[in-house]
Write a protein that binds this ligand. Structure first.
Ligand code: HEC
Ligand code: HEC
Length: 248
Protein backbone atom coordinates (compact mmCIF):
# COMPACT_ATOMS: atom_id res chain seq x y z
CA UNK A 1 0.00 0.00 0.00
CA UNK A 2 2.71 2.52 -0.99
CA UNK A 3 0.37 4.52 -3.16
CA UNK A 4 3.32 5.38 -5.43
CA UNK A 5 2.38 3.12 -8.28
CA UNK A 6 1.64 5.53 -11.08
CA UNK A 7 -0.41 2.95 -12.91
CA UNK A 8 -2.87 2.56 -10.06
CA UNK A 9 -6.18 2.72 -11.77
CA UNK A 10 -9.18 4.67 -10.61
CA UNK A 11 -10.74 1.37 -9.73
CA UNK A 12 -8.08 0.71 -7.08
CA UNK A 13 -8.69 4.14 -5.59
CA UNK A 14 -12.36 3.37 -5.77
CA UNK A 15 -11.85 0.08 -3.96
CA UNK A 16 -9.87 1.77 -1.19
CA UNK A 17 -12.52 4.44 -0.85
CA UNK A 18 -15.20 1.80 -0.79
CA UNK A 19 -13.31 -0.06 1.94
CA UNK A 20 -12.77 3.13 3.97
CA UNK A 21 -16.44 4.06 3.82
CA UNK A 22 -18.04 0.70 3.31
CA UNK A 23 -16.44 -1.26 6.15
CA UNK A 24 -17.32 1.21 8.92
CA UNK A 25 -20.79 1.59 7.42
CA UNK A 26 -21.24 -2.17 7.40
CA UNK A 27 -19.99 -2.44 10.99
CA UNK A 28 -22.32 0.40 11.99
CA UNK A 29 -25.27 -1.34 10.39
CA UNK A 30 -24.46 -4.65 12.04
CA UNK A 31 -24.14 -2.98 15.45
CA UNK A 32 -27.38 -1.11 14.88
CA UNK A 33 -29.09 -4.34 13.90
CA UNK A 34 -28.15 -6.00 17.17
CA UNK A 35 -28.50 -3.05 19.52
CA UNK A 36 -31.66 -1.49 18.22
CA UNK A 37 -32.92 -4.63 16.59
CA UNK A 38 -36.55 -3.59 16.80
CA UNK A 39 -36.41 -0.75 14.30
CA UNK A 40 -34.36 -2.73 11.81
CA UNK A 41 -36.45 -5.84 12.23
CA UNK A 42 -39.86 -4.26 12.19
CA UNK A 43 -40.92 -5.61 8.85
CA UNK A 44 -40.22 -9.22 9.71
CA UNK A 45 -40.77 -9.39 13.47
CA UNK A 46 -44.14 -7.67 13.50
CA UNK A 47 -45.59 -10.16 11.10
CA UNK A 48 -44.71 -13.40 12.86
CA UNK A 49 -47.63 -15.35 14.26
CA UNK A 50 -46.32 -14.86 17.78
CA UNK A 51 -45.92 -11.13 17.42
CA UNK A 52 -49.36 -10.72 15.91
CA UNK A 53 -50.93 -13.00 18.50
CA UNK A 54 -49.17 -11.17 21.32
CA UNK A 55 -50.45 -7.81 20.11
CA UNK A 56 -53.95 -9.15 19.71
CA UNK A 57 -54.01 -10.74 23.17
CA UNK A 58 -56.25 -8.66 25.43
CA UNK A 59 -54.61 -7.84 28.75
CA UNK A 60 -55.42 -10.26 31.52
CA UNK A 61 -57.42 -12.68 29.45
CA UNK A 62 -56.61 -16.35 29.78
CA UNK A 63 -57.01 -18.00 26.40
CA UNK A 64 -57.62 -21.60 25.58
CA UNK A 65 -55.10 -22.48 22.91
CA UNK A 66 -56.00 -26.07 22.09
CA UNK A 67 -57.71 -26.77 18.80
CA UNK A 68 -60.95 -28.27 20.12
CA UNK A 69 -63.79 -26.39 18.42
CA UNK A 70 -65.24 -23.59 20.52
CA UNK A 71 -68.27 -24.86 22.38
CA UNK A 72 -67.03 -28.46 22.42
CA UNK A 73 -64.50 -28.39 25.22
CA UNK A 74 -65.03 -30.63 28.22
CA UNK A 75 -65.34 -29.38 31.78
CA UNK A 76 -61.92 -30.81 32.56
CA UNK A 77 -60.30 -29.07 29.57
CA UNK A 78 -61.88 -25.73 30.48
CA UNK A 79 -60.91 -26.13 34.12
CA UNK A 80 -57.31 -26.91 33.23
CA UNK A 81 -57.06 -24.04 30.76
CA UNK A 82 -58.85 -21.28 32.68
CA UNK A 83 -60.36 -21.97 36.09
CA UNK A 84 -57.28 -23.67 37.54
CA UNK A 85 -55.43 -20.35 37.70
CA UNK A 86 -57.56 -19.36 40.71
CA UNK A 87 -59.36 -22.50 41.82
CA UNK A 88 -56.26 -24.69 41.71
CA UNK A 89 -54.63 -22.98 44.68
CA UNK A 90 -57.66 -21.09 46.03
CA UNK A 91 -56.49 -17.60 45.00
CA UNK A 92 -58.40 -14.50 46.14
CA UNK A 93 -60.82 -16.60 48.18
CA UNK A 94 -61.76 -18.94 45.32
CA UNK A 95 -63.05 -22.28 46.62
CA UNK A 96 -60.17 -24.67 46.06
CA UNK A 97 -60.44 -27.60 43.68
CA UNK A 98 -61.58 -30.83 45.41
CA UNK A 99 -61.92 -29.04 48.77
CA UNK A 100 -65.27 -30.47 49.89
CA UNK A 101 -65.56 -28.14 52.89
CA UNK A 102 -64.99 -25.03 50.78
CA UNK A 103 -67.54 -26.17 48.22
CA UNK A 104 -70.34 -27.77 50.31
CA UNK A 105 -72.48 -24.67 50.95
CA UNK A 106 -71.86 -23.45 47.42
CA UNK A 107 -72.93 -26.82 46.00
CA UNK A 108 -76.03 -26.55 48.19
CA UNK A 109 -77.18 -23.59 46.08
CA UNK A 110 -77.75 -25.99 43.20
CA UNK A 111 -76.14 -26.38 39.81
CA UNK A 112 -78.15 -23.65 38.04
CA UNK A 113 -77.14 -20.95 40.54
CA UNK A 114 -73.49 -21.94 40.44
CA UNK A 115 -73.48 -21.89 36.66
CA UNK A 116 -75.14 -18.48 36.64
CA UNK A 117 -72.55 -17.10 39.06
CA UNK A 118 -69.73 -18.55 37.00
CA UNK A 119 -71.13 -17.17 33.74
CA UNK A 120 -71.92 -13.62 34.90
CA UNK A 121 -69.31 -13.34 37.64
CA UNK A 122 -69.57 -13.35 41.43
CA UNK A 123 -67.57 -10.91 43.62
CA UNK A 124 -63.88 -11.60 42.87
CA UNK A 125 -64.89 -14.37 40.47
CA UNK A 126 -64.78 -12.80 36.97
CA UNK A 127 -67.47 -13.63 34.37
CA UNK A 128 -66.53 -16.92 32.69
CA UNK A 129 -63.33 -16.95 34.72
CA UNK A 130 -62.11 -14.04 32.59
CA UNK A 131 -62.26 -15.83 29.23
CA UNK A 132 -65.16 -14.39 27.19
CA UNK A 133 -64.44 -16.93 24.42
CA UNK A 134 -65.96 -19.70 26.56
CA UNK A 135 -69.54 -20.60 25.76
CA UNK A 136 -72.06 -20.75 28.61
CA UNK A 137 -72.21 -24.52 28.14
CA UNK A 138 -68.47 -24.86 28.49
CA UNK A 139 -68.58 -22.88 31.72
CA UNK A 140 -71.40 -25.14 32.93
CA UNK A 141 -69.27 -28.20 32.15
CA UNK A 142 -66.38 -26.73 34.12
CA UNK A 143 -68.71 -26.01 37.05
CA UNK A 144 -69.92 -29.63 36.97
CA UNK A 145 -66.34 -30.87 36.78
CA UNK A 146 -65.23 -28.76 39.75
CA UNK A 147 -68.39 -29.39 41.76
CA UNK A 148 -68.14 -33.15 41.26
CA UNK A 149 -64.49 -33.12 42.33
CA UNK A 150 -65.69 -31.62 45.61
CA UNK A 151 -68.47 -34.15 46.19
CA UNK A 152 -71.40 -32.93 44.08
CA UNK A 153 -73.32 -35.21 41.71
CA UNK A 154 -73.87 -32.77 38.85
CA UNK A 155 -74.38 -34.02 35.35
CA UNK A 156 -71.87 -32.38 33.02
CA UNK A 157 -73.75 -31.02 29.97
CA UNK A 158 -72.93 -33.19 26.97
CA UNK A 159 -70.90 -32.01 24.01
CA UNK A 160 -73.28 -32.07 21.03
CA UNK A 161 -72.16 -34.40 18.27
CA UNK A 162 -71.13 -32.55 15.15
CA UNK A 163 -70.76 -29.27 17.01
CA UNK A 164 -67.75 -28.50 14.85
CA UNK A 165 -69.82 -28.55 11.69
CA UNK A 166 -72.22 -25.88 12.89
CA UNK A 167 -69.94 -22.94 13.58
CA UNK A 168 -71.91 -19.93 12.44
CA UNK A 169 -69.83 -17.55 10.30
CA UNK A 170 -72.01 -14.62 11.37
CA UNK A 171 -71.54 -15.33 15.05
CA UNK A 172 -68.36 -17.24 15.79
CA UNK A 173 -66.76 -16.30 12.48
CA UNK A 174 -67.44 -12.64 13.07
CA UNK A 175 -66.00 -12.89 16.56
CA UNK A 176 -62.77 -14.48 15.30
CA UNK A 177 -62.58 -11.94 12.49
CA UNK A 178 -62.83 -9.09 14.99
CA UNK A 179 -60.18 -10.51 17.28
CA UNK A 180 -57.67 -11.78 14.71
CA UNK A 181 -58.23 -11.05 11.03
CA UNK A 182 -59.35 -7.44 11.39
CA UNK A 183 -55.82 -6.38 12.31
CA UNK A 184 -54.84 -6.75 8.65
CA UNK A 185 -58.02 -7.11 6.62
CA UNK A 186 -59.84 -4.06 7.94
CA UNK A 187 -57.33 -1.56 6.60
CA UNK A 188 -55.48 -3.75 4.09
CA UNK A 189 -52.18 -4.00 5.97
CA UNK A 190 -49.34 -5.59 3.97
CA UNK A 191 -51.50 -6.02 0.89
CA UNK A 192 -54.31 -7.88 2.62
CA UNK A 193 -57.56 -7.75 0.61
CA UNK A 194 -59.82 -5.37 2.53
CA UNK A 195 -63.08 -6.34 4.18
CA UNK A 196 -65.98 -5.55 1.82
CA UNK A 197 -63.68 -4.61 -1.09
CA UNK A 198 -65.28 -6.56 -3.96
CA UNK A 199 -62.60 -5.58 -6.49
CA UNK A 200 -59.81 -6.82 -4.24
CA UNK A 201 -61.59 -10.12 -3.58
CA UNK A 202 -62.92 -10.97 -7.03
CA UNK A 203 -59.65 -12.35 -8.47
CA UNK A 204 -59.01 -14.33 -5.31
CA UNK A 205 -62.44 -15.97 -5.48
CA UNK A 206 -62.36 -16.90 -9.18
CA UNK A 207 -61.37 -20.49 -8.31
CA UNK A 208 -64.02 -20.75 -5.66
CA UNK A 209 -64.40 -19.78 -2.02
CA UNK A 210 -63.13 -23.14 -0.76
CA UNK A 211 -59.95 -22.70 -2.74
CA UNK A 212 -59.28 -19.24 -1.33
CA UNK A 213 -59.87 -20.53 2.18
CA UNK A 214 -57.54 -23.49 1.61
CA UNK A 215 -54.81 -21.07 0.46
CA UNK A 216 -55.36 -18.84 3.49
CA UNK A 217 -55.26 -21.86 5.83
CA UNK A 218 -51.74 -22.64 4.60
CA UNK A 219 -50.68 -18.99 4.53
CA UNK A 220 -49.78 -16.79 1.57
CA UNK A 221 -46.87 -14.32 1.55
CA UNK A 222 -47.55 -11.79 4.34
CA UNK A 223 -50.68 -13.73 5.39
CA UNK A 224 -49.52 -16.17 8.09
CA UNK A 225 -51.11 -19.66 8.17
CA UNK A 226 -54.71 -19.19 9.38
CA UNK A 227 -53.88 -15.51 9.84
CA UNK A 228 -52.10 -16.48 13.04
CA UNK A 229 -55.35 -17.84 14.49
CA UNK A 230 -54.59 -20.71 16.88
CA UNK A 231 -58.02 -22.37 16.92
CA UNK A 232 -59.35 -25.17 14.72
CA UNK A 233 -59.54 -25.20 10.92
CA UNK A 234 -63.35 -25.27 11.18
CA UNK A 235 -63.32 -22.02 13.14
CA UNK A 236 -60.88 -20.41 10.76
CA UNK A 237 -63.20 -21.50 7.98
CA UNK A 238 -66.09 -19.68 9.63
CA UNK A 239 -64.01 -16.50 10.02
CA UNK A 240 -62.92 -16.68 6.37
CA UNK A 241 -66.54 -17.15 5.25
CA UNK A 242 -67.58 -14.11 7.26
CA UNK A 243 -64.79 -12.10 5.64
CA UNK A 244 -65.45 -13.37 2.11
CA UNK A 245 -69.26 -13.14 2.29
CA UNK A 246 -68.90 -9.41 2.87
CA UNK A 247 -67.21 -9.06 -0.51
CA UNK A 248 -69.10 -11.40 -2.81
C1 HEC B 1 -59.46 -14.76 38.63
C2 HEC B 1 -59.72 -15.88 39.52
C3 HEC B 1 -60.79 -16.88 39.13
C4 HEC B 1 -60.88 -17.61 37.98
C5 HEC B 1 -59.94 -17.61 36.77
C6 HEC B 1 -62.06 -18.44 38.12
N1 HEC B 1 -62.65 -18.21 39.32
FE1 HEC B 1 -64.36 -19.07 40.00
N2 HEC B 1 -64.20 -18.02 41.76
C7 HEC B 1 -63.22 -17.12 42.04
C8 HEC B 1 -63.45 -16.55 43.36
C9 HEC B 1 -62.59 -15.53 44.06
C10 HEC B 1 -64.64 -17.16 43.84
C11 HEC B 1 -65.34 -16.89 45.17
C12 HEC B 1 -66.24 -15.70 45.00
C13 HEC B 1 -67.00 -15.43 46.29
O1 HEC B 1 -67.59 -16.37 46.86
O2 HEC B 1 -67.03 -14.26 46.70
C14 HEC B 1 -65.08 -18.07 42.80
C15 HEC B 1 -66.24 -18.83 42.89
C16 HEC B 1 -66.68 -19.69 41.91
C17 HEC B 1 -67.89 -20.49 41.98
C18 HEC B 1 -68.85 -20.52 43.16
C19 HEC B 1 -69.90 -19.47 42.98
C20 HEC B 1 -70.90 -19.50 44.14
O3 HEC B 1 -72.06 -19.21 43.90
O4 HEC B 1 -70.49 -19.78 45.26
C21 HEC B 1 -67.99 -21.21 40.83
C22 HEC B 1 -69.10 -22.16 40.46
C23 HEC B 1 -66.84 -20.87 40.02
N3 HEC B 1 -66.07 -19.93 40.70
C24 HEC B 1 -66.58 -21.38 38.78
C25 HEC B 1 -65.50 -21.04 37.98
C26 HEC B 1 -65.26 -21.59 36.67
C27 HEC B 1 -66.15 -22.59 35.98
C28 HEC B 1 -64.09 -21.03 36.23
C29 HEC B 1 -63.41 -21.27 34.90
C30 HEC B 1 -64.21 -21.11 33.72
C31 HEC B 1 -63.63 -20.11 37.24
N4 HEC B 1 -64.49 -20.16 38.29
C32 HEC B 1 -62.48 -19.33 37.14
C33 HEC B 1 -62.15 -16.77 41.25
C34 HEC B 1 -61.90 -17.27 39.97
C1 HEC C 1 -50.84 -10.32 9.52
C2 HEC C 1 -51.87 -9.86 8.63
C3 HEC C 1 -53.04 -10.79 8.34
C4 HEC C 1 -53.88 -11.36 9.25
C5 HEC C 1 -53.89 -11.24 10.77
C6 HEC C 1 -54.83 -12.13 8.48
N1 HEC C 1 -54.56 -12.00 7.15
FE1 HEC C 1 -55.57 -12.87 5.60
N2 HEC C 1 -54.28 -12.05 4.27
C7 HEC C 1 -53.24 -11.21 4.59
C8 HEC C 1 -52.55 -10.83 3.37
C9 HEC C 1 -51.34 -9.90 3.28
C10 HEC C 1 -53.21 -11.49 2.30
C11 HEC C 1 -52.84 -11.43 0.83
C12 HEC C 1 -51.67 -12.34 0.58
C13 HEC C 1 -51.17 -12.24 -0.84
O1 HEC C 1 -51.99 -12.38 -1.76
O2 HEC C 1 -49.97 -12.04 -1.00
C14 HEC C 1 -54.30 -12.25 2.92
C15 HEC C 1 -55.18 -13.05 2.20
C16 HEC C 1 -56.26 -13.73 2.75
C17 HEC C 1 -57.21 -14.52 2.01
C18 HEC C 1 -57.22 -14.73 0.50
C19 HEC C 1 -56.35 -15.88 0.10
C20 HEC C 1 -56.28 -15.99 -1.39
O3 HEC C 1 -56.57 -17.08 -1.93
O4 HEC C 1 -55.94 -14.99 -2.05
C21 HEC C 1 -58.13 -15.01 2.90
C22 HEC C 1 -59.31 -15.90 2.61
C23 HEC C 1 -57.72 -14.53 4.21
N3 HEC C 1 -56.60 -13.77 4.08
C24 HEC C 1 -58.41 -14.83 5.37
C25 HEC C 1 -58.00 -14.43 6.63
C26 HEC C 1 -58.71 -14.76 7.83
C27 HEC C 1 -60.00 -15.55 7.91
C28 HEC C 1 -57.99 -14.22 8.87
C29 HEC C 1 -58.27 -14.31 10.36
C30 HEC C 1 -58.47 -15.63 10.93
C31 HEC C 1 -56.84 -13.54 8.29
N4 HEC C 1 -56.90 -13.68 6.94
C32 HEC C 1 -55.88 -12.84 9.03
C33 HEC C 1 -52.86 -10.79 5.84
C34 HEC C 1 -53.46 -11.19 7.04
Amino acid sequence: MSGSNASASKSVVGMILAALIGVPLFVYLVIKLFTSGMSMNMASSTMTNEAVAARLQPVGVVKIVDSTPIGSRSGKAVYEAVCISCHGAGLAGAPKFADAAAWSTRIGQGFATLVKHAVVGFNAMPAKGGDPALTDEEVARAVAFMGNAAGAKFEEPKVAAGAAATIDPNVKGKEIYASVCMACHDTGVAGAPKFGDKAAWAPRLKDGVDNAIAIATKGLNAMPPKGGYSGSDAEFNAAALYLINASK
